[in-house]
Each structure stands twice: as structure tokens, then as C-alpha cells.
Write a protein of this length. Structure first.
Length: 166
């Protein structure tokens, strides 16, 4: 399991990709193939834009307070995982592996996280196929858009490598 130390929080404030909102975000979502969303609001935004993410990570909350219910009947598979705040558990990594394997078969996976899903974007960027669009929410700002390539993968891996092994 990896834990985010306080010193790395500033590194996460610098997004790996551009931040979008509104029509620009909707257009980016519609053009994404494959699409991974991390966060309830971003996943809901994708659904409202007419897209079912190939992989979606949600925790049933927005900004850790308000309850949020994403319709769960749109995906081929549903997985549950426990992942405490500021961590990436082995279970989260395993679920991502299964979701990526399902993606290779053309199937979509909804990952329901008990705890916090925020850091799931890092292993997604690190391990998703080149060309995958990973979108993660930035509360009160918009959504960060990352098209997986060698550069985004290297930035994600750099942060993952700096996280504390526990």
C-alpha cells in the first residue's frame, strides 16, 4: 500500500493535463476512447454528455460530504474496493488490473470505493493503454484531462514512486 505524504500534496495540485469545464469538457468526454473517470461528479458529467466511461471510480460522495448516487446499471461489471483516504491499496491496484483486462475485452467497469477514490487517477495514468483519456475532478475548479502517453505516464510514475510504502 502507498500513502501520500503531506509534502507531495503540492505536487498533486499541479495537474498532469489541462483543466476544462462546460462544453469544452463535454466535447472532450465525447471524443475520448477509451475513457476512465475518477470521481462521482466527473462520472456523472460523462453520463450526462452521453458517454459511459469504460472504467469509472466513484465513492458515492462529492467533496467528501454530500451523498452522490451515480446510476449503477450502465456498466458490464461492478467492483467494490476499500481504499482509505490518501492511499492506494493493493486491492485498488488489483481492481484496476481487472478493469483494464475487461476493457481489453470491450467491457465497462464501475468501481465503487469505500473510502476515497481521488488518487486512483495516478495508477490509471500509469497503467492504462496509450491514448486512453483519464479525467479526474478538481472540486470547485473543473476536471483535469490526461491523454495517456509517455510523458503523462512518467509524471504519474514519479509521484507514485515518491509515495510512502506502508
Amino acid at each position: 500500500m502507498k500513502r501520500l505524504q503531506d509534502g507531495l500534496r503540492d505536487a498533486l495540485k499541479e495537474t498532469i493535463g489541462p483543466v476544462l469545464t462546460g462544453k469544452e469538457l463535454d466535447d472532450t468526454i465525447r471524443a475520448a476512447n477509451p475513457l476512465i473517470t475518477v470521481g462521482d461528479v466527473v462520472t456523472d458529467t460523462a453520463l450526462k454528455a452521453g458517454m459511459i466511461p469504460d472504467i469509472a471510480f466513484v465513492d458515492g460522495k462529492t467533496q467528501r460530504n454530500e451523498e452522490w448516487n451515480v446510476p449503477r446499471d450502465r456498466w458490464d461489471f461492478e467492483a467494490w474496493v476499500y481504499n482509505p483516504p490518501a492511499t492506494i491499496t493493493e486491492a485498488m491496484s488489483d481492481v484496476l488490473d481487472h478493469a483494464l483486462a475487461a476493457l481489453e475485452q470491450g467491457m465497462k467497469t464501475l468501481v465503487l470505493v469505500d473510502g476515497e477514490e481521488d488518487l486512483a487517477s495516478l495508477p490509471c495514468i500509469s497503467r492504462a493503454p496509450t491514448g486512453t483519456t483519464v479525467i479526474y475532478g478538481l472540486p470547485d475548479v473543473g476536471a483535469a484531462i490526461v491523454v495517456v502517453d509517455d510523458q503523462s505516464r512518467a509524471k504519474s510514475n514519479q509521484i507514485l514512486e515518491q509515495m510512502e510504502e506502508i
